[in-house]
Design a protein around this ligand. Structure first.
Ligand SMILES: Cc1ncc(COP(=O)(O)O)c(C=O)c1O
Length: 418
């Protein structure tokens, strides 16, 4: 007989599914277009840094191997704060005190929702959206409201309509809007400057917090517009999230610029979540960001660009021509959508793609488990909408040769479905 607590676990354990991406990471295939894993990392540089750290341990070992401040070590906050000021034109009115170091930016996404949400608070986001944000909104008692996207990402006119519909039909002004403005996950779209400006106008007009997740800001193959955070010169309206995972190494370290009103409860929350982010990892990354990143990142970008180019070519050569693909200028992903709205990319993955040694993430993973939506066609509030005909294809982890072979194979299998 199982002990009684088995049947009395927290309610969310009953309705929150395991992350599809985490689950798929366990599947071993030759042609891996699944998780957004970095596949080109500055390994030689990290070897050098680790030697330097070994020397520093001789002098400062007791501090480096110890607990540190919950908000992060001051020198790293200073280095990263300056970098976003200089490279992205973001204003930090209080300098390093506007920066919060976290254990991955995933912790920030979860922490922000933990700090912001009261039951049934509405959060607006793109349809589809990064599942690491979508699912926690529901888990923490909020209501997801999704809006349609196009090949440039989130469309401000629909966001505006969603705010109005939420006020009219749910009697609630949304609490937050979530956007991945640069090379979005999952679609790979980048918001044009005009849309960025319009979104900033909307959030200040309606007094809503914007969560701008710029995880792929440094993984760019051409110039992109400045972050929306740039317009927030008083540091009041935009929580700006970055991560070292894509541009340095997956040492589980994120960095955010947060309005003061959010910063204080976030530090309180983080104190209970993890006490602090690993001091050793912060020291390692401080050396990387202060000495090496601008010398070495370029070489990794060349590798990613080659992979992006190969994936683009193979989609165009082999995938059904009536389908739609996005046009990523950076990041790790393409999004491909079959013309037939009834196509089920999840079933196809299990029944056809995996048995043929190919893996991608089915589009369904990026839709909420429940919530509201608005459509292009009317001004009504609808229930949750899930499209089954999309798929996210990651080019970051696989060589051009593997991309070429695997995408040709996948394209030919998809052709048979048309
Ligand atoms: C859009 C986006 N945000 C946040 C994260 C989380 O990144 P990390 O926790 O490694 O910083 C990811 C990871 O894939 C992502 O794609």
């Amino acid at each position: 007989m199982s002990p009684p607590y088995y049947e009395q676990l927290a309610e969310w354990t009953e309705f929150v599914p395991e992350s599809e991406i985490r689950r798929l990471l366990l599947t071993k295939v030759k042609f891996y277009f699944g998780g957004g894993k970095p596949g080109s990392l500055p390994i030689e540089t990290f070897k050098k840094i680790l030697y330097q750290i070994a020397d520093e341990l001789e002098i400062d070992g007791i501090d480096i191997l110890n607990y540190g401040p919950t908000s992060g070590i001051a020198s790293l906050k200073e280095t990263l704060g300056k970098r976003v000021e200089e490279k992205d034109g973001v204003t930090l009115p209080k300098g390093k005190d506007d920066v919060l170091i976290s254990t991955g930016s995933q912790q920030m996404l979860y922490g922000l929702l933990d700090v912001l949400l009261r039951p049934k608070d509405v959060v607006i986001m793109a349809r589809p959206s990064y599942l690491g944000f979508v699912v926690p909104v529901t888990k923490l008692g909020g209501d997801v409201l999704t809006v349609p996207t196009d090949m440039d990402g989130l469309i401000p006119e629909y966001v505006e309509r969603a705010i109005e519909i939420s006020q009219r039909d749910l009697n609630r002004t949304p609490k937050a809007i979530y956007v991945v403005s640069d090379s979005d996950n999952p679609k790979g779209t980048t918001l044009p400057e005009k849309r960025r400006k319009k979104l900033f106008e909307l959030i200040t007009q309606h007094e809503i917090l914007l969560i701008e997740d710029s995880a792929y800001r440094e993984i760019q193959f051409s110039k992109i517009p400045p972050p929306i955070k740039k317009y927030d010169t008083e540091n009041k309206w935009v929580a700006y999230l970055r991560t070292s995972s894509k541009e340095a190494a997956v040492l589980r370290l994120g960095y955010s610029i947060l309005p003061e009103e959010i910063m204080i409860p976030m530090i309180k929350d983080k104190g209970y979540l993890d006490l602090c982010t690993s001091t050793l990892n912060q020291k390692i990354l401080e050396i990387y960001y202060s000495k090496y990143i601008d010398q070495v990142l370029g070489a990794n970008l060349v590798v990613y660009k080659e992979r992006r180019d190969m994936m683009q070519k193979t989609i165009d050569d082999y995938f059904p021509s009536q389908g739609l693909r996005t046009n990523p200028t950076g990041g790790f992903f393409f999004w491909f959508q079959m013309e037939d709205g009834d196509f089920d990319s999840s079933k196809f993955l299990q029944n056809v793609a995996i048995p043929n040694d190919v893996l991608y993430v089915p589009g369904q993973a990026f839709y909420p488990i429940r919530g509201y939506s608005i459509s292009q066609l009317d001004s009504e509030l609808h229930g949750n909408r899930i499209k089954t005909n999309g798929m996210r294809l990651s080019f970051s982890f696989t060589t051009p040769q593997i991309i070429s072979e695997g995408m040709e194979r996948l394209g030919k299998l998809l052709q048979k479905e048309t």
